[in-house]
Design a protein around this ligand. Structure first.
Ligand code: TXA
Ligand code: MG
Length: 344
């Protein structure tokens, strides 16, 4: 199979029409969203959804998100409707918030991995919504990466993983948010299963207290069932190892430099994830400016590209306080590091 890449900046209409044809025929297409690229299939078509699991190498106990183009489309897909649903949809849809509800009988088992719940999201990206509207069905879409690899924030990342395996990639340029959507369960008390583009603080301003699943900042203890099955699988792994150093910027930078020198002695190549606050300290060492510690959303936007594009044996990164967008950043960074984290 040859994989066609169509720029939705140059050819929005033609690109989304062709992609919608593929979706209707039960094929897979990759498309941009404001968070990361998605690998989409007709979400009401069991066999099409199965293809996602095959192509990604995704464990079959990890359910998928159904993407909608209009809020009214939730009606056929959810069963009981919790009272927090409407204010959350009013405030954050379209946008990087996925809501988990009890599901209706219409949702195929392949989407929910057999769970009694379904995850729904209405993306903000216009190409994504045009594609869903033209396809005329909810689109089941995980991030468009091979299972275990960092999520793609550029069409080029999708091509690295799926060239020759899917017929079409819609190239919408760089994803704005850079980490996946927040997954909030509304089954029982509202609980964040995965932090993301919409922060806990933003959610609490609308519906009051929101709990955090234990697995957000810690590895799952062996044998414990995950609320969100995706959290128990290995995630975001770059080519080399990642080590995280948390603490005040100056102290963290000093420790990172010590680790870089040690790596050099051991003959390992290393790369430092720098911040605006510490960049000058890393002069003379291979480093990339990821973002600003005081605006953690900037760190989120660039993390996956760094993990994917850096070939060093060791990536050294500063940890930041897990508040606001810092929570999503630390959730992804700690997983990429396999929880190899040190506090100074
Ligand atoms: O931003 C995003 O959410 C991107 C774009 C493409 O929309 N999609 C994405 O999908 O990140 P994926 O499959 O990589 O991650 C979906 C997460 C997984 O952790 C999965 O376990 C969880 O959502 N999830 C899906 N359905 C669920 C359900 N019924 N209950 C609990 N967690 C669920
Ligand atoms: Mg994913």
């Amino acid at each position: 199979m040859t994989t066609q890449v169509i720029s939705t900046i140059a050819q929005a209409e033609a690109g989304t029409s062709l992609a919608a044809d593929y979706i209707r025929k039960g094929e897979l297409v990759a498309f941009p969203t404001e968070t990361v690229y998605g690998l989409g299939a007709n979400g009401l078509h069991e066999a099409a959804v199965q293809k996602i699991f095959e192509v990604k190498g995704r464990p079959d106990d990890n359910p998928l998100i159904l993407h909608l183009s209009k809020k009214s489309e939730v009606r056929d897909l959810w069963d009981t409707v919790p009272r927090q649903a409407q204010p959350l949809m009013d405030n954050f849809w379209p946008g990087p918030l996925t809501l988990v509800f009890r599901r209706s009988a219409r949702v195929p088992d392949a989407v929910t991995a057999g769970l009694p719940t379904v995850a729904l999201r209405m993306p903000q990206n216009k190409t994504a919504r045009a594609l869903i509207a033209k396809a005329g069905v909810p689109i089941a879409a995980p991030s468009a990466n091979l299972s275990g690899r960092p999520s793609p924030t550029k069409a080029e990342h999708v091509r690295e993983d799926f060239d020759g395996l899917i017929p079409l990639i819609l190239d919408g340029g760089l994803c704005r948010v850079g980490v996946e959507s927040t997954v909030l369960s509304l089954v029982g008390k509202p609980t964040i299963l995965r932090p993301g583009g919409i922060t806990r603080e933003m959610l609490e301003a609308v519906i009051g207290p929101v709990a955090l699943a234990e697995s957000v900042l810690a590895p799952l203890p062996d044998g414990q069932a995950a609320l969100s099955p995706g959290m128990k699988h290995k995630h975001y792994a770059p080519a080399g190892r990642v080590r995280v150093v948390t603490g005040a910027p100056e102290k963290a930078a000093a420790r990172i430099l010590a680790l870089a020198r040690q790596a050099e002695v051991e003959g390992l190549s290393c790369h430092i994830a720098a911040t605006t606050q510490t960049k000058a300290r890393y002069r003379g060492w291979p480093h990339t400016l990821v973002g600003d510690r005081d605006r953690p959303e900037t760190l989120c936007a660039n993390l996956f590209a760094l993990l994917r594009e850096t070939e060093a044996d060791l990536i050294l990164a500063e940890g930041i306080p897990p508040a606001d967008a810092g929570l999503a950043y630390m959730n992804r960074l700690l997983r990429a590091a396999g929880f190899d984290v040190e506090e100074v």
